[in-house]
Structures are given as structure tokens and as C-alpha cells.
Design a protein around this ligand. Structure first.
Ligand code: GRF
Length: 209
């Protein structure tokens, strides 16, 4: 245990779709790989598949309807309210398909992460795997980073490469990357929960165990 014993980190996950990274984090926490608890998953999409996963895993899930609010700011206030109700300390974006606004980022500065399926700063934004194939790179991978106000621009926590094979389809490459994503996201959260991540300018310093 590190000095200044920490409480078990409560995580809130934001997801718009399938939820495989959400599930990977839940399993990593339950298997004791990370000293954290998934307190809630919030989705902006009614009927998103992640909701069914949450139900199976017994994780509280909340749909916050963006259209039910008069502005993006109000919608994000409702999201922050829900995160606070669940005592969330760390927010993990996992396939959350919205750009996070200034106030939301500010409320969780240094406590909000995202996973992206490319080696940033290459191929930010949508369809990263298709962008990589189109460009013709021989290596791609995934990145876990802290969230700032840009699109996939925050300080990088961890990255891992995968090869791009000659005959890869978008589905092939996405699957190869996804397998790594699940492990890498859990590792980043583990380091956070151990209090070992320090942001220094654009760099994230990982303190030794
Ligand atoms: C992942 O590829 C992640 O890197 C990207 O969106 C996808 C989400 O997949 N941000 P899932 O919903 O976690 O299965």
C-alpha cells in the first residue's frame, strides 16, 4: 500500500455503444487486477448494447438523454450530477461518441481518461482503424490518454502497438486492436488507482511501484 492509504477508486464509465471496454474494466476490477469499483455506467444512447451488459453484470446503468436538455452544457450538468450521486472519482470514456465540453472536462481534470484505437497523435477522431488502413501504416495500436478539451489530444498514459497485416479488413484490424484495448485500459486504471500517474505538461509520468 502506498503512503496516504487511498480509498477504493469509484469509476464512472461513459459509453455510447457496444460496451466491451466497459465489461473488461468491470471484470478487471472484480478479479482484483485493479483496486477500483465500477460505480455506474452512463450512456447517451437509449437502448445501447452496453445497457444489456450492465444488467448482466449487475452494474448500475443510467441513460441520460441529451435531447432531454436545452443545451450541451445542461446535458453535461445532468451527467456530472449522476456521476456525483454515485461518488465517482475517475471517469473512463469507453466508446463515448461525444466531444466532452469544457465544464465537464474541468470538473474531472486529471481524472478523466479515454481509449482510442490508434497510436495517437495519428488518426484521431472517427474510424481510426479505417484511417490507418487507408494510410497504409504497418503498425497501429491503441492509446489511453487523459481527456482535455480537444479531440483525442490529451496527455498520453499508455500505448501499445499491433501489426497491420497486408490483407487486413477494418474488422480484422479493429479486433486485433480491441483485444489489446481491454488489457491496456485496465492497466491504465490500475496505475491511476495506485496513485502512480503524474501529469507533467504533455507527459504522464508513471511512478515506480
Ligand atoms: C473502442 O474501439 C474504443 O477504442 C473506441 O470505441 C470503441 C468502443 O468499443 N473509443 P466498446 O464499446 O468498448 O466495445
Amino acid at each position: 500500500m502506498r503512503s496516504g492509504a487511498r480509498e477504493r477508486v469509484r469509476i464512472g464509465i461513459m459509453a455510447s455503444g457496444r460496451g466491451s471496454n466497459f465489461e473488461a474494466l468491470v471484470r478487471a476490477a472484480r478479479q482484483g487486477q485493479i483496486d477500483a469499483e465500477i460505480a455506474v455506467v452512463i450512456t447517451d444512447r437509449e437502448g445501447a448494447p452496453v445497457l444489456e451488459r450492465a444488467e448482466k453484470l449487475g452494474v448500475p446503468a443510467v441513460f441520460v438523454n441529451p435531447r432531454g436538455h436545452t443545451s450541451k452544457g445542461r446535458y453535461e450538468q445532468a451527467v456530472v450530477g449522476t456521476l456525483e450521486e454515485h461518488g465517482v472519482h475517475l471517469v473512463c470514456l469507453a466508446g463515448y461518441m461525444r466531444i466532452v465540453g469544457k465544464d465537464f472536462v474541468g470538473a474531472y481534470e486529471g481524472r478523466m481518461m479515454n481509449i482510442h484505437p490508434s497510436l495517437l497523435p495519428a488518426f484521431p477522431g472517427l474510424d481510426a482503424q479505417a484511417q490507418a488502413l487507408e494510410y497504409g501504416v504497418k503498425l497501429s495500436g491503441c492509446t489511453v490518454h487523459f481527456v482535455d478539451e480537444g479531440v483525442d489530444t490529451g496527455p498520453i498514459i499508455l500505448q501499445e502497438t499491433v501489426p497491420v497485416l497486408d490483407m487486413d479488413t477494418v474488422a480484422d484490424l479493429s479486433q486485433r486492436i480491441l483485444t489489446v484495448e481491454h488489457r491496456l485500459y485496465a492497466e491504465a486504471v490500475r496505475l491511476f488507482a495506485q496513485g502512480r500517474l503524474r501529469i507533467s505538461g504533455r507527459r504522464v509520468i508513471i511512478d515506480k511501484d
